[in-house]
Design a binder for this molecule. Structure first.
Ligand code: ADP
Ligand code: MG
Length: 719
C-alpha cells in the first residue's frame, strides 16, 4: 500500500481512489495548478480535501463554492472525520463571522469554505492578508466562464482575489466543461500551465430517453406513466421545469392526480422554505421534487433514480449537469427529456431577452442621465418601467454599461442601487455590444446542439460525449432509447391483408410521411390525406399516392390518428418554428415489417380532451394489461407478471374504464363504488383526487378512487 493510499484510509476511510482522484492529488502535491473535470458524483471534493491535509501548517485551503446552503453539510462531514474546517457566509450572525475569521487567522482550520461574494467583504479581505493560503480550491469552476451554462458574475472576482493572495496553488473543479470552457477557466484564473485531469464524461449507469410530447397534456401523461413505473423502486425523482409556474403546477398534478407526494422548489420561495424542502429531500422524506434549475447544484443525494426534464434546457451542459444528478450511487437511473418543439421557442426568448442591443443601452443610459446628476439612486424594476424594457434586459444592460465603463455601481440600499455616470463613449459601447452579439450567437449554437440531441435518431450518449470532446466509447448496458429500439427485434412481418382498417391506416400515414421526405407538418399531412382543396395543397401534395385516401374522415380525426403515432413513438415532431413530422426508427421498422399498429380511428365521442385519455387507453402497455385482465388475472398478479407496480396496473385499468373499454364493476366492488359516488356527488369537482380521498375511509385506495373518478368523468362527457 502506498502512502497515498494509507492516508486515504486513515483520513477518509476509503480503500481505493476513484478514477481521476489519484492523478489530481498527485498533481497538486507536486505543486501544479490543476483543472479537474470529472462527472457529478465522481468524488471531486476529496481531491482538494486530501491535498488540504497534506499542506504544511499553517497553510490553509480556501474553498470557493457557489452554494451557501450546502457548505454546512460539507463542513459537518469533515468535522465528523476530525478534520478542522469551517465556513463563513452571510447566513451567520456578524459576531460569529468575526469569531470564525479570528480563529482562521490563528490557524485553527485546515479548510475554510466561502461563496465568491465573500471576496468582496473588507473584513474578510483583511483576514486573508494575515493567513497563508496554501491551496485555493474553486468548486463548480465552470461558473467563471460566460461560455458555460451557469455564469456567475461573482466568480469573476476570484482572479483578482487570487492575485491579492499571492497566486497560491490552485485547483479548479467542475463536472461540465467543454474544451472551450476549460480554456476559459485556466485563462481567466491566470493558470495557463494548469495540469488538466479530465476523466471520461460517460456515466454508464444512466440511460437516456427522449419522449416526444407536443403539448402539456401529453407531457403530464408521460410523467404519470414514468412516475408510476418508478414507484416500486426505492429512491427519489427530480422533475425539472422551465418556469416557476410549471414547477408549482406539475407538483400539484403529481400530488393530486398521480397520488405521489411531491413538492416544488424555485428561487421565488423564501429561504426558510427552500431550506426546509431541500432538507426533506436530502433526508429522503420527499419522493418527488419538482424544481427549476435553482435546485440541485452540489446536492449529494445518491439515490436519485430518475431525472425528468419537463422542458428542454438551453444547453447540453445544463442538461447533462441536471440529468447527471441521477444515479450518483452508480446504480441504474434514468434521464428522461419530455420534448416539445415549442420548448425551443422559450429558450429562444431567453436568449433574445437577456441581451440588450446598442439602442437599449443608449436608452438606459439616457434615462439614467435624465436627472442631470452624476449620482443616481434607482431600482431595477423602476428602470424597467421607465424604459419599457424587460427587467432581465435592464439588469444585463446595466452590467454591459458597467463593462463599457459608462457607469459604476457605488452602493446599494433598500433594493435601490446608487450608480455614478461617466460621459457617453460610443466606441466603448459598440465594443461591448459586439462582444454581446458574439455571445448570443454562441448561445444560439448551444441551443441548436441541445435541439439536435432531442431530435436525434442516433445514440444520445454519443452525442453528449462528443459535445464534451470525449472520444471514448459511448457504451452502457441500457444506453439510450434510440439504441434500445435498434437492438429490439424487428416487429413480425404481417400479411397486409390480415391487418384491420385502422392498422392499414397507420401504415398509410407512416408511408405518406416517408414519401414526403422531411418537410410535412401535421395539419398539412391531414389535409393531404383528406384530399382537401385548400390553397396549401400544391401539386406536391395532390400528386401523392395517398392524396384523398382518408376522404371519409374529418381533418380533425386524421390529426388525432397522427397524434397517436407521435405519442407511441412511430413519428416524431422536429423543428422549432415550423414543426414537421419525421419517421422514427420505430416507425421505419414498423413500416418495413408492415407491423400491426394498434391505432384507433376516433369516433365522435372522443374528439376534444377525452381524446388524450382515449389514446392512452390504446397504448400497447395498457392493452397488455387489458388482455391479462380479460384472462381473469387480478391486478396484483398482472403487476407481478409484468414487473410493474400495482399502481401502474390500476392506472391502466382506470384509463380503460375512462375510455369505456372496461366496466367499472369489473374492477371495483359495488360497495366501494357506492361510497365514492356519494362523495363525488357531495364534492362535485372531479379535477382533483385528494379532496375526494380525504372524505373517504382510509380503506379505499387511490387506485380504486381513480377508477371510479375516470368512470364518472366519462359519463359526464357523454351526457
Ligand atoms: P462530486 O463533487 O464530484 O460530484 P462528491 O465529492 O460530492 O462528488 O463525492 C460524491 C460521493 O462519493 C461522496 O459521498 C463521497 O464521500 C464519495 N467518495 C468520494 N471519493 C470516494 C472514494 N475514493 N471511495 C468511495 N467513495 C468516495
Ligand atoms: Mg461537488
Amino acid at each position: 500500500m502506498t502512502n497515498l493510499h494509507q492516508n486515504l484510509a486513515q483520513l477518509f476511510g476509503f480503500n481505493t481512489f476513484r478514477p481521476g482522484q489519484e492523478p489530481a492529488i498527485t498533481s497538486l502535491l507536486a505543486g501544479q495548478h490543476t483543472l479537474v473535470v470529472m462527472p457529478t458524483g465522481a468524488g471531486k471534493s476529496l481531491i482538494y480535501q486530501y491535498a488540504a491535509m497534506c499542506l504544511p501548517s499553517p497553510a490553509v485551503t480556501l474553498v470557493i463554492s457557489p452554494l451557501i446552503a450546502l457548505m454546512k453539510d460539507q463542513v459537518d462531514s469533515l468535522q465528523q472525520q476530525a478534520i478542522p474546517a469551517t465556513y463563513i457566509n452571510s447566513a451567520l450572525p456578524t459576531a460569529e463571522q468575526s469569531r470564525r475569521l479570528q480563529a482562521a487567522v490563528q490557524g485553527q482550520f485546515r479548510l475554510i469554505y466561502v461563496a465568491p461574494e465573500r471576496l468582496r467583504s473588507v473584513p474578510f479581505q483583511q483576514a486573508l492578508q494575515r493567513m497563508t493560503i496554501g491551496l485555493l480550491a474553486i468548486d463548480e469552476a465552470h461558473c467563471i466562464s460566460q461560455w458555460g451554462h451557469d455564469f456567475r458574475p461573482d466568480y469573476r472576482r476570484i482572479a483578482q482575489a487570487r492575485a491579492e493572495m499571492g497566486h497560491p496553488l490552485t485547483a479548479a473543479l467542475t463536472a461540465t466543461a467543454t474544451t472551450l470552457v476549460q480554456n476559459d477557466i485556466v485563462e481567466l484564473l491566470a493558470i495557463p500551465d494548469a495540469q488538466r485531469i479530465v476523466t471520461g464524461f460517460n456515466r454508464p449507469n444512466l440511460s437516456f430517453e427522449v419522449c416526444y410530447a407536443p403539448d402539456t397534456a401529453t407531457k403530464l401523461q408521460h410523467l404519470m406513466q414514468l412516475l408510476t413505473e418508478q414507484a416500486h423502486t426505492a429512491g427519489t425523482a427530480i422533475i425539472y421545469t422551465g418556469t416557476r409556474r410549471d414547477a408549482v403546477e406539475v407538483a400539484r398534478f403529481i400530488s393530486d392526480t398521480v397520488g405521489i407526494q411531491a413538492n416544488y422548489y424555485h428561487a421565488g420561495l423564501d429561504s426558510d422554505e427552500r431550506t426546509a424542502i431541500q432538507d426533506a429531500f436530502l433526508q429522503g422524506k420527499l419522493p418527488v421534487i419538482v424544481a427549476t434549475n435553482a435546485f440541485g447544484m452540489g446536492i449529494d443525494r445518491p439515490d436519485v433514480r430518475m431525472v425528468v426534464h419537463f422542458n428542454m434546457p438551453g444547453t447540453l451542459e445544463a442538461y447533462y449537469q441536471e440529468a447527471g444528478r441521477a444515479g450518483r450511487d452508480g446504480h441504474p437511473a434514468r434521464a428522461v427529456l419530455l420534448y416539445a418543439p415549442q420548448d425551443r421557442i422559450l429558450q429562444q426568448w431567453f436568449i433574445e431577452n437577456s441581451t440588450a442591443t446598442f439602442q437599449d443601452l443608449q436608452h438606459l443610459y439616457r434615462t439614467l442621465a435624465r436627472s442631470g446628476q452624476s449620482q443616481v439612486m434607482i431600482a431595477v424594476d423602476q428602470l424597467a418601467r421607465q424604459t419599457n424594457l424587460d427587467a432581465v434586459k435592464v439588469r444585463t444592460g446595466l452590467a454591459q454599461l458597467e463593462r463599457a465603463r459608462m457607469l459604476r455601481q457605488t452602493g446599494d440600499e433598500g433594493g435601490q442601487m446608487q450608480v455614478s455616470l461617466e460621459p457617453w463613449d460610443n466606441n466603448a459601447v459598440t465594443a461591448v455590444t459586439s462582444a454581446l452579439e458574439e455571445y448570443c450567437a454562441h448561445r444560439q449554437r448551444q441551443l441548436d446542439q441541445m435541439t439536435d440531441y432531442a431530435e436525434a435518431d442516433a445514440c444520445r450518449r454519443r452525442i453528449v460525449l462528443r459535445y464534451f470532446s470525449d472520444r471514448g466509447a459511448a457504451e452502457a448496458p441500457r444506453c439510450c432509447d434510440n439504441c434500445m429500439v435498434q437492438q429490439a427485434p424487428p416487429p413480425d412481418p404481417q400479411d397486409v391483408n390480415t391487418l384491420s382498417r385502422a392498422e392499414r391506416g397507420a401504415l398509410v400515414i407512416l408511408d405518406a410521411v416517408k414519401r414526403l421526405g422531411h418537410g410535412v407538418g401535421r395539419r398539412r399531412l391531414a389535409e393531404m390525406l383528406k384530399g382537401s382543396h385548400s390553397k396549401d395543397m400544391t401539386s406536391t401534395y395532390t400528386r401523392q399516392t395517398y392524396y384523398g385516401r382518408f376522404a371519409e374522415f374529418s381533418r380533425n380525426r386524421i390529426e388525432q390518428m397522427i397524434d397517436q403515432l407521435v405519442l407511441h413513438g412511430y413519428l416524431k415532431i422536429v423543428g422549432g418554428d415550423i414543426p414537421v413530422l419525421k419517421l422514427s426508427h420505430q416507425g421505419q421498422a414498423a413500416l418495413t415489417a408492415r407491423a400491426a399498429i394498434p391505432l384507433t380511428i376516433p369516433g365522435t365521442d372522443d374528439i376534444d380532451d377525452g381524446g388524450k385519455r382515449k389514446r392512452y387507453a390504446h397504448s400497447s402497455t395498457t392493452q397488455e394489461t387489458e388482455a391479462l385482465f380479460r384472462q381473469g388475472l387480478q391486478p396484483n398478479d398482472i403487476a407481478v407478471q409484468r414487473g410493474l407496480t400495482e399502481a401502474t396496473i390500476f392506472q391502466h385499468l382506470a384509463a380503460l374504464i375512462g375510455a369505456g373499454r372496461l366496466a367499472l364493476t369489473e374492477v371495483v366492488s359495488a360497495d366501494v363504488i357506492a361510497q365514492v359516488q356519494a362523495v363525488i356527488t357531495e364534492v362535485g369537482d372531479l379535477s382533483r383526487l385528494a379532496p375526494l380521498k380525504e372524505r373517504l375511509p382510509a380503506s379505499i385506495s387511490y387506485d380504486e378512487l381513480r377508477c371510479v373518478v375516470e368512470d364518472a368523468r366519462r359519463q359526464r362527457k357523454t351526457v
